[in-house]
Design a binder for this molecule. Sequence first.
Ligand code: PNS
Length: 172
Amino acid sequence: MKTAVCPGSFDPVTYGHLDIIRRAAGMFDRVIVAVMTNASKRPMFTKDERVELLRRATAGMDNVEIDSFDGLLADYARQKNATVIVKGLRAMSDFEYEFQMALTNRKLNPETETAFLTTTAEHMYLSSSLVKQVAELGGDITGFVPDGIIEDILKKVNRAGGAPAPESVSER
Ligand code: PNS
């Protein structure tokens, strides 16, 4: 059985993530979507909330599981017997960072390969930070994220009093 891990911050999950997850699910027997910590980002949603949004968004994808983990991705992949780490690439600007992570992960865990799926052209511009910014500034986020999680994003934004995101970071 071939297991793949799709790691990320997923703060929140977007149609871009779901495209990569769906395509990975067509390539591997089991796909574990792992909500992890990106040390350079301050998330809007807690890990548990991100897991819950992902569960809802991936309902019906039978070989996809949602999990979260606080340690190293390389250790998590080993623990789950994953042969592949799947990541999405939107543009060349993603590449340097992703390449560095892939090489680090291979050094830490040579048994797990990193595979990159190129995003569909339709999702090239999309990122979680863009979705949060649009929501915070009162824009329409339909078309960026599944309908079933829009309310959660709007609630979170309202709770923050419509204040701008604590820091502007590029993320997917
Ligand atoms: O969606 P993101 O923010 O680009 O995902 C990055 C993530 C969470 C996959 C990365 O930061 C990560 O792997 N975090 C877990 C901790 C870890 O293994 N850090 C070393 C990465 S080389």
